[in-house]
Design a protein around this ligand. Structure first.
Ligand code: PLP
Length: 433
């Protein structure tokens, strides 16, 4: 469910005309809907709160929803979620600083990632984040040394590699045996015991994240069951396990005329499954959704530069958005529905939808049937709110794509497009040139 709809013959973001917005801000531009972000959070929060007995820890408290900042790290997006009480899952000092600046309290910030530097670990300790997720023995050793220097004992979880990979593409699968993430199960058990013996860290639980755009609950359930049995074993050894971080990964519908990603589960079904697995374990759960909250809360608006027709009948729809603005199709073969902002009458036409970047990979779709469009028309890429603007670059010296947040009738540019002069001014010339 989202708030990008046709009104008076043209697409709007909430109450804002995308035609008027594009006129003002220019294209390409990302546009996010506050109402959609809020709704997505509320749906998940409601689902989690329906299972406080199973997910809320020994005191039946609030299980944490820690938004995965990497999905869309714009400060206004984070602040929108922070005001609803959402926490943050972060993977760099930069992301921790973003979350703090957006109003997420340190007590709701989880620090994950396979390659945290010493400086970042020190910063996380000094900031007093809720928990540092440890991904290797070497990292634990470094953290212990850094914490000892500071006379601290930060809360940690051990991220487990469950040998269960899942997700919409090999490049977004993280829980498989050969993937770089997490500690293999046997090693994780030993590491937890070792950490428990150190006065310089405080192990509070286990963590797991097996992949992204997961459309079937089966692998997630298997991973959660593994976390449960590991918890029981660790407790049998006399060790304390209070929290389980269940990661993110639940898929979202990327739906179009020639494509419908099959979503096996709603957020409510997903949370109910987790509650069923953890029931009676008395742990406090944390969920780390990224895509689920942000993907369908954002679109990329683009203008048609031209339609190039070849003698063989092939039609290229050349847009002013390119792979540097939205890399998911080039990187993950990802599907995004492309829709005209003001649909024209006529039968659908098959287009190869491309951008202006000098790479054949700068192809968003091939032979995609859509309503006819003409040069100067506006189109949107649906479902572009997650892993879109965050991955944008200035490749081909195309200035960084701007971001806009809509809230009812108002909107704000929350990351401006630099002018070409500003883009060039960021590069000081070597003084010998
Ligand atoms: N948690 C961790 C540790 C991750 O690495 C990721 C994504 O890579 C997420 C959460 C969010 O995943 P998603 O956007 O699929 O919910």
């Amino acid at each position: 469910m989202h708030h990008f709809e046709l009104k008076s013959g043209a697409l709007h973001a909430e109450a804002v005309s995308l035609e008027a917005l594009a006129q003002d801000v220019g294209t390409p531009a990302y546009v996010y809907s506050s109402a959609t972000l809020t709704r997505h959070y509320a749906v998940l929060r409601e689902a989690v709160d329906a299972h406080t007995a199973a997910l809320g820890g020994p005191n039946g408290g609030e299980a944490l929803i820690a938004y995965a900042v990497k999905a869309n790290s714009n400060l206004s997006v984070l602040a929108t979620l922070a005001r609803l009480g959402c926490g943050a899952d972060t993977v760099s000092e930069g992301e921790i600083r973003r979350a703090l600046k957006a109003g997420v309290p340190a007590s709701k910030i989880i620090f994950s990632g396979v390659g945290k530097t010493d400086a970042e670990l020190g910063f996380a300790i000094d900031t007093g984040v809720r928990q540092i997720n440890i991904e290797s023995a070497a990292e634990l050793d470094r953290l212990i040394a850094i914490a000892q220097d500071r006379g601290a004992s930060p809360a940690i979880a051990i991220r487990v590699n469950p040998k269960i990979g899942a997700g919409g593409h090999a490049k977004i699968t993280t829980g498989g045996e050969g993937d770089k993430f997490g500690v293999p199960v046997d090693e994780a058990m030993a590491l937890y015991a070792r950490a428990s013996a150190s006065p310089h860290v405080t192990p509070v639980g286990l963590a797991c994240h097996i992949g992204s755009q997961i459309t079937d609950l089966t692998p997630l359930e298997a991973a959660f069951r593994l976390l449960r049995s590991m918890t029981e074993e660790l407790r049998a050894e006399g060790l304390s396990v209070e929290r389980l971080d269940l990661g993110g990964g639940l898929g979202v519908p990327y739906v179009g005329a020639d494509h419908a990603s099959s979503i096996a589960a709603s957020p409510a079904e997903y949370v109910a499954m987790a509650a069923g697995v953890l029931d009676g374990l008395n742990v406090e759960a944390a969920f780390e959704p990224g895509r689920l909250l942000a993907a369908n809360a954002g679109i990329l608006v683009s203008r048609v530069i031209q339609v190039t027709e070849r003698a063989d009948g092939r039609r290229f729809l050349v847009l002013d958005a390119a792979m540097n603005d939205l890399i998911r199709p080039a990187m993950y073969d990802a599907f995004h529905e492309v829709l005209p902002v003001r649909p024209r009458a006529g039968a659908p036409v098959a287009y190869d939808i491309v951008g202006p970047v000098c790479e054949t990979g700068d192809t968003f779709a091939r032979g995609r049937p859509m309503l006819p469009v003409e040069a100067g028309d506006l189109v949107i890429f649906a479902g572009a709110g997650a892993y879109g603007a965050v991955m944008a670059s200035e490749y081909n010296s195309r200035p960084m794509v701007p971001e806009v947040l809509v809230d009812g009738e108002r909107y704000a540019v929350i990351r401006p497009r630099p002018t070409l002069e500003e883009m060039l001014a960021r590069e000081p010339m070597a003084d010998w040139l």
